[in-house]
Ligand binder design. Sequence first.
Ligand code: AP5
Length: 224
Amino acid sequence: MSASPQAVRLILLGPPGAGKGTQSKLLEGRFGVRQISTGDILRKHVSDGTALGKEAKAYMEVGAFVPDAIMIAMMEQQLVGLDAFVLDGFPRTVTQAEALDATLARLHKPLSAVLLFDTDHAALVRRLTGRWSNPRTGRTYHEEFNPPKVAGICDEDGGPLEQRPDDKVDVVEKRLQVYDEQTAPLVDYYAKTGFLKHIDALAPIEDVTAQIFRAIGARDGATA
Ligand code: AP5
């Protein structure tokens, strides 16, 4: 596929901890294409104490999904006026995928690809329980695989890093179960459309980025 940076419209699909946030932030930096993370948007609502944040918190802290109607309305608002985007964490159910198809058809903005991050259960648990994040920017680190220069401090803004409340091992197991039940059916959904491409997400971070560039027909941040 040859895609201009303006036309890059990607869905990153995969379980919690697969590396979607890490890669979508790298893609945003390289392509200047807007990353839309529904998890980051919800966490901002929670920290701001909005009505939506109060409702979402109750679902998020137990590892459940926020209701489809809320998430679909949120995504429709985000997509207005955007030509290129990387979706991280949406869609997560078949209902959300059908709504996204309808929105993109109405906006005449077809997808470039859906990138499926292939991983395994043990790696996901290890990644999530060792993750540290900057709550101000959403930038993530890992105490073993991707450490900051100074433990507990963000390289970018020098502020403190935190562990997400939903990264406790019991909530992680629940999130992985919910993924298998509600999000894994999207693999078949997108396989039928021909948009689905597999990414070996067990590879090191820079190798995963290189695979993504190959999958979308780009090299070193420039288009092929
Ligand atoms: P969200 O924030 O989207 O969480 P998630 O999908 O569970 O994904 P994560 O952010 O946990 O993982 P990731 O794949 O981004 O991994 P990361 O790059 O950080 O959603 C949170 C909650 O919000 C949901 O549970 C739900 O309640 C709600 N929600 C959000 N969207 C919703 C929707 N559409 N519908 C309903 N509810 C919704 O990497 C993980 C760690 O591994 C990091 O430490 C990283 O440094 C490290 N790492 C990354 N890549 C590699 C690598 N290749 N090798 C080694 N380490 C790596």
